[in-house]
Design a protein around this ligand. Structure first.
Ligand code: NAG
Ligand code: NAG
Ligand code: NAG
Ligand code: NAG
Ligand code: NAG
Ligand code: NAG
Ligand code: NAG
Length: 450
């Protein structure tokens, strides 16, 4: 908080919040008693209810019943936050928070913390909108909008829309206006330290920065997502996966101003399938190794992706000076339409205004397969494998590649790239063959059921 906020205001806020929680709990208890199906907020003696937890009735908490306005103007954050507290910390039966359809709920930056006593479902059927003005964030310490952390067994579903109202943030970006300083912007929805997440049937639009972020999560199944932002909105990645394991993303349509999917820092066992991506960037592993950092990324499958009008197709990008590795990665069954760099490994990545010096340290790249990749390249150089001199790429594998140009020929570029190819490869492979050619590698990914 920038200005001196009086203790009075603070205590008022506190009381308001406390009363609200109390009100919700009372409401909830009376409901539980009435409908005799709830177990066990109030212990119903020999009610005949089985203690078998899989038969527990779900407690439904519709935010409208707790006074949410849903007019897109009044601040509904407090109500949503309080309902979350009841669902997560009070209810020992599974709870379902309902954000009903037809309305638009203004929500400020909000924390949804766990661990929860029971499974929680957040059913977003209406629209959740962020405040339009970046100044609102001055009162909050973190650049996160909807922040879920330390939560297990959470389902987010409902067919609704999460709208980041990013326009003013994009205008402030140095990527849009060179005279602005390069500052950070919030992620729309972040899951941090989560386990067993199911996310489905959600549309995300116009995030301030990345739309959906997973950090330190395990066992995530995300499906039927739509992510939409203008192609000139800076850094608006679709789904960003960091330090996470066993994440499965499938059946998604993503059109944003940056990567459709980006997988970074120490993520492992990630599966991306049936994704339609474009514009504007593609599917990226990285960037890795920025500011001499270490990253270990392995066991990743990208299978069944259609890319159109993107700047990159499938890409691995690492900064000079990093350490660690990216290995056991498969890109397969990919269709490209008018993609500028359909297949690219770039160990000289430098997203900075000043040039990046070459260094001896690098994130090494090993066991990467590109299989059954077809379509059109918007540039002549359809395959770019630009590897580090000190850490050449090893065990690259190309199989059945057919990339043609919209205007003439295509070619491959290789630098310190070792591996082999099989099947038809067009443009012809430029890989250097190493003595020690190993068979096609296997990867282990998530097998989370729906
Ligand atoms: C709990 O209920 C499920 C299905 O309703 C049943 O398969 C399971 O055996 C039950 N467990 C116990 C301990 O009663
Ligand atoms: C809670 O969710 C987990 C999966 O995340 C599931 O295995 C379990 O059966 C659920 N429990 C209830 C009571 O619904
Ligand atoms: C860039 O930002 C400067 C300073 O805020 C402003 O005066 C200028 O109009 C902006 N340019 C564009 C193209 O928006
Ligand atoms: C990756 O893990 C290593 C080892 O645990 C750690 O040193 C490094 O900081 C991690 N990198 C990132 C980007 O989190
Ligand atoms: C990374 O390491 C190199 C070589 O040790 C050093 O010159 C450079 O300043 C370091 N960069 C950062 C951002 O720490
Ligand atoms: C190819 O994509 C570019 C944007 O990257 C677009 O401007 C151009 O119109 C597209 N060409 C075709 C033939 O679709
Ligand atoms: C770094 O090395 C690559 C490969 O040798 C070379 O093409 C590039 O110009 C070098 N960059 C700098 C900044 O020295």
């Amino acid at each position: 908080m920038k200005t001196a906020s009086s203790p009075k205001t603070f205590s008022f806020c506190f009381k308001y919040s406390f009363l609200h929680v109390l009100f919700i709990i009372l409401y909830f208890l009376s409901n539980a008693a009435k409908s005799n199906g709830f177990d066990p907020i109030i212990q119903l003696p020999s009610s005949g209810l089985s203690r078998n937890s899989s038969r527990q009735k779900t407690v439904v908490l519709n935010i409208d019943k707790f006074g949410a306005k849903g007019d897109g103007i009044a601040d509904d954050s407090k109500i949503l936050q309080d309902v979350w507290k009841v669902a997560c910390s009070v209810s020992s039966s599974p709870a379902k928070i309902v954000i009903p359809s037809g309305n638009s709920y203004l929500v400020n930056p909000t924390n949804f913390g766990g661990p929860c006593k029971s499974n929680v479902t957040l059913r977003i059927s209406g629209t959740v909108v962020a405040p339009r003005d970046p100044e609102v964030w001055d009162a909050f310490d973190a650049l996160k909008w909807l922040y879920f952390h330390d939560v297990n067994d959470l389902t987010v579903e409902g067919g609704g829309v999460i709208n980041g109202m990013g326009e003013k943030w994009w205008d402030q970006s140095c990527k849009r206006n060179k005279s602005h300083p390069c500052t950070n912007a919030p992620r729309a929805i972040t899951f941090h330290k989560c386990n067993n997440l199911k996310i489905r049937d959600i549309t995300l639009v116009d995030s301030q920065k990345n739309h959906m972020v997973f950090t330190n999560c395990r066992h995530v199944a995300a499906s039927r997502l739509r992510v939409i932002a203008p192609s000139d909105s800076p850094n608006t990645d679709g789904v960003h996966i960091s330090e996470s394991t066993q994440v499965q993303l499938k059946d998604a349509t993503i059109a944003t101003g940056d990567d459709c999917v980006s997988i970074v820092s120490n993520s492992t066992r990630i599966s991306i399938s049936n994704v339609i991506c474009g514009p504007v960037h593609g599917i990226s592993i990285g960037s890795l190794g920025k500011s001499n950092s270490s990253a270990m990324v392995h066991d990743i499958v990208v299978d069944g992706v259609t890319l159109f009008d993107t700047e990159n197709g499938v890409r691995i990008k690492t900064w000079q000076g990093g350490s660690g590795y990216a290995q056991k990665i498969i890109f397969q069954n990919i269709l490209m339409h008018n993609v500028s760099h359909p297949i690219i490994i770039d160990q000289y990545y430098c997203d900075s205004s000043s040039p990046c010096a070459n260094q001896t340290s690098a994130v090494s790249i090993d066991s990467i397969s590109f299989r059954n990749i077809r379509g059109t390249s918007a540039t002549e150089e359809a395959i770019t494998l630009s590897c580090s001199e000190s850490h050449p790429c090893k065990r690259l594998y190309l199989e059945d590649i057919e990339l043609v140009s919209l205007s003439g020929n295509t070619k491959s570029f290789c630098w310190e790239a070792y591996g082999r190819s099989s099947g038809m490869i067009h443009p012809p492979s430029c890989l250097l063959s190493a003595e020690n050619v190993s068979p096609q590698h296997q990867v282990r990914v998530n097998k989370t059921a729906e």
